[in-house]
Design a binder for this molecule. Structure first.
Ligand code: NAP
Length: 298
């Protein structure tokens, strides 16, 4: 039985982070300052704290300046927007990331709308969403951009390929579909109301699963040789009692003999998200300073 290739997201992300670090060094030499990323965390959600810590660490490792703002869980919307406005005006800050989710008293929509689009390195501001949909330069959400980079690295030109994106969230599914459309794929977006998901998946050369349901996509749904990007991160009980483990949205073991290539969970899409955040921050810094950046490296 043949098996598909396992796409090493960790190695791919390490390569991108290395190129970003080189770009940061060149930026510092040209401008005399480091690119700066401000990360804002409201409250004490344990998962968010882990994300913010690793984003801060990665920012510093890349040679950038990291500004962390931790606010108490009872922070009001006006106070958070006030901070965002100050960061918008701060010349040492090239990128701003407000860690989601926010506590219930704060509207995420209002906070995202308050971000200066040129510093919105997460690509969630409506202006950047519109820019992606219109084919204009802007910022693209980190996770789908990382998925696209891995797809292009493996497949080269994607034009004409059938792509299915399962999931239609603003963070992953919709921007992923826009990116694939911009690459001239024939794109289908599936969601919880879609009928005959196995049939839809079975036609696709590219499958991106961003659902949040453990091992929902079965191996025998997949067209032989297709490339599968598994965005899902699901914690399930492990083999040993009391232990948990992470699995994706795709039945990895069942899919291996069908796919041409597949990203594992963990070690696939996950590591790319922070690497692309650093990349977006470096791009923001170049735009801010009015100097061109090496598009082929990033
Ligand atoms: P989300 O906002 O919950 O969206 C999930 C999507 O899946 C929705 O569009 C939903 O459809 C669809 N869906 C639910 N059940 C379905 C079914 N039975 N068949 C087909 N579609 C179904 O989730 P998200 O934020 O996009 O995240 C998706 C997954 O990716 C999660 O596991 C998350 O942890 C992971 N993730 C990973 C990274 C990373 O690796 N760095 C980053 C972001 C997210 P409806 O719209 O119809 O409800």
């Amino acid at each position: 039985m043949t098996t598909g290739e396992i796409i090493d997201g960790k190695a791919f992300a390490a390569g991108l982070r290395g190129r970003v670090a080189q770009g940061v060094a060149a930026f510092r030499a040209a401008t005399g300052r480091a690119p700066g990323l401000a990360v804002v965390l409201v409250g004490e959600d344990p998962a968010s704290q882990v994300y913010v810590r690793s984003k801060g660490r990665a920012t510093i490792e890349a040679g950038m300046e990291s500004f962390e703002h931790r606010l108490p869980a009872d922070t009001g919307q006006a106070a958070l927007i006030d901070l965002v406005m100050r960061l918008n005006e701060d010349d040492a800050v090239d990128g701003i990331l407000v860690q989601l989710p926010l506590p219930p008293q704060i509207s995420e929509r209002a906070v995202i709308a308050a971000l200066a689009p040129r510093k919105d390195v997460d690509g969630f501001h409506p202006e950047n969403v519109g820019r992606l949909a219109s084919g204009l330069e802007g910022f693209v959400p980190c996770t789908p951009l990382g998925c696209l980079m891995m797809l292009k690295d493996r497949l080269g030109d994607l034009a004409g390929l059938d792509a299915v994106v399962i999931g239609r969230s603003n963070i992953v599914g919709k921007p992923m579909a826009q990116l694939l459309l911009a690459e001239s794929c024939t794109v289908t977006i599936a969601h919880s109301k879609s009928r005959d998901l196995p049939g839809i998946v079975g036609r696709a050369d590219i499958v991106v699963a961003a659902v949040g349901r453990p091992q929902m996509v079965k191996g025998d749904w997949i067209k032989p040789g297709a490339t599968v990007i598994d965005v899902g991160i699901n914690r399930v009980s492990g083999d040993e009692e009391g232990k948990t483990k992470l699995v994706g949205d795709v039945d990895f073991a069942g899919a291996l003999s069908h796919v041409g290539a597949i990203t594992p969970v963990p070690g696939g899409v996950g590591p790319m998200t922070i690497a692309v955040l650093l990349r977006n921050t470096l791009v923001a810094a170049h735009r801010h300073a009015g100097i061109p950046y090496d598009k082929t490296a990033l």
